[in-house]
Design a protein around this ligand. Structure first.
Ligand code: 9MR
Ligand code: ZN
Length: 534
């Protein structure tokens, strides 16, 4: 294949770009009739993919329909739609993913369809090496293809979803067909509440947060209810406490309108974590020797504290916070980072949304400038290569799709701040890459796109014996250092970074799924919808 498009489609009124590789001409068809021919491509070597590529800009084509390209070598691209609402099903499925990750309850057929299964992980858990401390760690979302639940990872996914909701409320007016649907609260908040309740269970009496709740090693490819391994909670960290404090405070404000009681609980939890952070130094996580599940190790808690202090300030107006925020900003903090280890960008999102009425002028001005500088850098990188992503070869690490999506979030928010087309167009390019405009010619979202990946490293996907994976899962994507045996077998040494991907179940280092790889896509698509579907 040599013409790569967003395999789901494009808006009638948005930019529409495809990438061509190794060809001199291509033809666009609608409903099997020729629409337009393109030629004269100036192919350029692309270091991310090792491909010689150029772009086809077909933004002028606005007629709704089913389209595809053919090239001068006789290849046909995937089919895609042009329409006024091409992403509705995608938007629902990527949110419903969180329901499918729910732990501790039965997924009933009326909500989960053929993917229904019994309740899992319902036993009480104890603190590792101290069985006198036990907790009903019920609920929450399985982190990923494994059944662990990790506070930082969960909190970061929640933060992405809450920021998305806050920015694009009217786009979340969709039913996800989950047990709480119809209770008067938007379903995305119903879903997020499920994780927040788990996070509340992970809080120690003094406000500190246990780092994770997992077994000592990952179970085999069994359904979650058949996972017979005992689960433990591991000691508290300041990193998890900062993350959770931030989301508790942020959520307390958002849920107030819908559930006073829950909002109050969240506020109390946030304040307890805040007081603990004030009284305690850095506590980082190290896996105990005999434990082989994920670590989410993060040697620095300044950015998590920054997020916490920002949200506590917004919630309570506690004057101590401003000084604390300023102190942290004295150090080299990345104020546009939105991933599981660096969350400085959460402060910028909050400060720049609240604006100078709430935060001092100099602070907002500085964070705004840093945000737009980063967005401009991303625009430059993204327009400098024909796959349109704001990545360099060294960015293709484990979960590289998260990097692409987080860049998309930065660009969307820059567009929100300025209204400038260059930002939304670059954001769309990140989105298009995820959905097929990439060197693998693959859509990294299950069930969406003619060549969507099909074999996520996800235990239920194997154990349920159902052919099709659950739709709406985002793959971690290419990893230039694949480290699982399957990927190592399949991906030859020296493969270009963008092609270090293997759509096989075993490949946890290139093809796993996680909650915090879906959540930035929800943000990105919610924002794109809010711009193009008025
Ligand atoms: O997403 C994480 C990635 O950035 C790390 O490089 C990788 C190795 O430490 O771990 C990833 O997180 C995994 C977690 O530890 C356990 N659940 C599955 C996660 C996704 O692979
Ligand atoms: Zn479970």
């Amino acid at each position: 294949m040599s013409v790569f498009t967003n395999q789901v489609g494009y808006y009638t009124n948005s930019v529409k770009i495809a990438t061509v590789k190794d060809v001199s001409a291509c033809t666009l068809f609608r409903n099997d009739k020729i629409v337009k021919e393109f030629n004269g491509f100036e192919l350029k070597y692309d270091e991310n993919s090792g491909d010689n590529i150029s772009v086809v800009d077909f933004s002028e084509i606005k007629e709704p329909g089913i389209y595809y390209f053919t090239d001068n070598l006789g290849n046909k691209s995937c089919s895609f739609t042009i329409s006024d609402n091409p992403y509705d099903k995608l938007f629902t499925d990527i949110q419903k993913m969180f329901y499918f990750q729910r732990c501790g309850m039965e997924l009933e057929e009326k909500y989960a369809g053929i993917y229904s299964h019994k309740a899992c992980h319902t036993a009480k858990v104890t603190l590792l090496k101290d069985p006198s401390v036990s907790c009903d760690c019920l609920g929450g979302w399985h982190d990923a293809g494994d059944y662990g639940r990790y506070v930082s990872a969960g909190a970061v996914a929640v933060a992405h979803l809450l920021y998305a909701y806050d920015l694009c409320k009217d786009k979340f007016n969709v039913s996800l067909n989950i047990p709480e649907s119809g209770n008067g609260m938007p379903d995305i908040l119903n879903e997020v509440a499920y994780e927040l309740k788990f996070l509340l269970c992970m809080q120690r009496n003094d406000g500190a947060m246990y780092h994770k709740c997992t077994s000592m090693y990952h179970t085999g490819f069994v359904m979650p209810e058949d996972d017979g391994l005992p689960f433990f909670i591991t000691p508290v960290t300041s990193v998890s406490t900062g993350d959770a404090c931030g989301v508790f405070a942020q959520a307390a404000a958002i849920y107030k309108k819908y559930d006073e009681e829950f909002s109050k609980t969240l506020k109390e939890a946030a304040i307890k974590s805040f007081e603990w952070l004030l009284a305690n130094p850095l506590y980082i996580f190290e896996n105990p020797k005999e434990c082989y599940t994920g670590t989410y190790e993060d040697p620095c808690d300044s950015d998590e504290r920054l997020y916490a202090y920002t949200q506590i300030y917004l919630l309570t107006g506690d004057e101590r916070c401003l000084g604390l925020i300023r102190n942290i900003l004295e150090y080299k903090i990345n104020t546009t980072a939105l991933g599981w280890s660096d969350v400085g960008g959460f402060t910028s999102l909050a400060v720049l949304t609240a604006g100078p009425e709430v935060f001092p002028d100099d602070l907002t001005a500085r964070l705004r400038q840093q945000w737009l500088d980063e967005a401009d850098r991303l625009v430059n990188v993204s327009t400098g290569n024909s796959y349109g992503i704001a990545c360099h070869p060294y960015n293709f690490n484990w979960g590289s799709n998260m990097g692409v999506l987080l860049n998309g979030m930065v660009l969307c928010f820059a567009h929100h701040l300025t209204g400038l087309d260059k930002y939304i167009n670059a954001a769309i390019a990140q989105f298009d890459y995820i959905l097929g405009r990439n060197a693998m010619d693959v859509s990294y979202v299950t069930g969406h796109g003619e060549r969507a990946f099909r074999n996520p490293h996800n235990r239920p996907t194997v154990a349920d014996n159902i052919d099709d994976p659950i739709p709406g899962f985002v793959s971690g994507g290419p990893n230039r250092f694949p480290c699982d045996p399957d990927a190592k077998k399949i991906i030859p040494e020296g493969t270009a970074p963008m092609k270090c991907f293997a759509d096989v179940i075993g490949s946890y280092s290139t093809n796993e799924i996680t909650i915090y790889w879906n959540s930035p896509l929800v943000f990105l698509l919610a924002y794109i919808k809010s711009v193009f579907e008025k």
